[in-house]
Design a protein around this ligand. Structure first.
Ligand SMILES: [Zn+2]
Length: 223
């Protein structure tokens, strides 16, 4: 029960941070975290004002997308969140946003290149574009998981961006780094000269980052 309340608080905090950072407008975007045991997911409700969101507004669903708890309808992107948790046992948080520069790449259907060290470290390389599929569908979920692979962010064609991570904070950070990389790449192209990191440089940075900071990574365990 404690983990459930903690998860609801975390999802609200990240949803509000996502809104305050300008990664979404209105009630678009959605946030979820997987509960220990990986049988239930806490997700934001559909179409609600982020500034008024409380932990009691969160919706709990099972891995088939059936509502277990909560007074509201869950986000329409439930299939997307569940597909990521099924495909990636290292992922415990998913954040989906419609930020401007990443959306520009999604409209151009161009991958966001590995332009910055943090793109390599936190995301694991360039951010690819999933083929276009309508929002809220299983087809979109499948396309997103395929283009995501083992990285921590993916673009949805003509739609937006998804960030994933070992917790919901890291999923938000993946969105922020992807959005920043998209902005920097557009500026660099305006300057006329762009140099991206090579696959080998990306590999070394991503590997080195696993041992960075105070917290030791522990694979599939929830922190
Ligand atoms: Zn969306």
């Amino acid at each position: 029960m404690e983990s459930y309340h903690k998860a609801c608080r975390e999802v609200v905090m990240v949803a509000q941070a996502m809104y305050e950072q300008g990664l979404v407008v209105g009630t678009w975007g959605n946030v979820s975290t997987c509960l220990p045991g990986r049988e239930e997911v806490v997700i934001t409700p559909s179409g609600m004002d982020y500034t008024k969101l409380t932990p009691e507004d969160m919706v709990v669903i099972d891995m088939e997308g059936r509502k277990i708890h909560g007074k509201w309808k869950p986000s329409v992107e439930v299939p997307l969140h569940l597909a990521v948790y099924r495909a990636r046992l290292d992922v415990w948080g998913v954040v989906h946003v419609h930020s401007i520069a990443a959306s520009a790449f999604a409209v151009a259907r161009m991958a966001i290149p590995a332009a910055l060290e943090e793109t390599a470290q936190l995301i694991g390389g360039e951010i690819e574009v999933a083929e276009y599929q309508p929002p809220g569908t299983r087809r979109l979920a499948r396309a997103a998981v395929e283009a995501l692979g083992q990285k921590n962010a993916v673009l949805l064609a003509n739609h937006g961006l998804v960030g994933v991570g070992a917790d919901v904070d890291r999923a938000l950070k993946a969105c922020l780094v992807a959005e920043k990389t998209a902005q920097v790449t557009i500026y660099a192209r305006m300057l006329g000269q762009v140099n991206f990191l090579s696959p080998e440089e990306v590999r070394v940075l991503a590997e080195g980052f696993k041992h960075y900071g105070q917290v030791k990574g522990d694979g599939n365990a929830r922190k």
